[in-house]
Design a protein around this ligand. Sequence first.
Ligand SMILES: Nc1ncnc2c1ncn2[C@@H]1O[C@H](COP(=O)(O)OP(=O)(O)O)[C@@H](O)[C@H]1O
Ligand SMILES: [Mg+2]
Length: 252
Amino acid sequence: MDEQEAKIYTAILIVSVTIGIIIFYFILSIVRQQRKNAQLYQSKIEAEITTQELERRRIASDLHDELGPLLSAVKMKIGSVDISNSEDQEMISQSEEHIDRIVRRMREIANDLMPHSLLRQGIATGMEEFINDLRKTSGIKINSSVQTLKHLPEEKSVHLYRIFQEILHNSIKHSGAKEINIDLNQDEKLIRLMVKDDGKGFDYRKVFEENGGHGLRNISSRADILNGDLYIESANNQGTTITLEIPLSQPN
Ligand SMILES: Nc1ncnc2c1ncn2[C@@H]1O[C@H](COP(=O)(O)OP(=O)(O)O)[C@@H](O)[C@H]1O
Ligand SMILES: [Mg+2]
């Protein structure tokens, strides 16, 4: 190799390395940008979920604490009217029944928006009440072991409760299961929720790929808010087991 050739090879090498570095840098920036976009998207969803929860809580407490007593007062006033005409009396008692129905329905709506027991008596009681309602309405055998949780702030317990609700709704609505097992426990490091059904199973990767699964996405976003790990095991005709593990010491 003469000196001229050596110079050409060196030049080619330098140009190739420079192009290589530029391409590498370019790819790196794209990956970084994509990661940043994904993070932004995730924080947007998390902010939306948090705002939605606050709004739900506000509406639920307005319904429960303000409109409820107001309607009861109206009912009392109507009941205290002294009427001798029997037709009018009949009308009054019908109105009282209507008010009772409105109050009952309003409590149900408030409870769906934000379960009273969840906030007042904690997540274990909230979950037990929800499970008992499902036992009555679904006709599915539901076995549960729900431990009272310590050290779980209220806003986190709301997310955990919503995840639990969606998993159970899905099992009841989609799986055709005969039996569902629920386990909530806690040790010094983790809170672990496990829900297992013996239904038909499903391909959750496909659901995510096809951009479906609003409920599953919501579960996954809430699990992220809790810094939790979500595991879905599901196979055709072998049921579905969903496990959520929430670390206790992690800052949030
Ligand atoms: N436990 C389950 N057993 C069988 N299929 C399920 C189960 N959970 C979810 N799926 C399937 O995953 C899909 C997505 O669930 P989800 O995101 O909650 O949306 P939705 O309940 O509104 O259909 C469901 O439509 C159903 O096909
Ligand atoms: Mg669902």
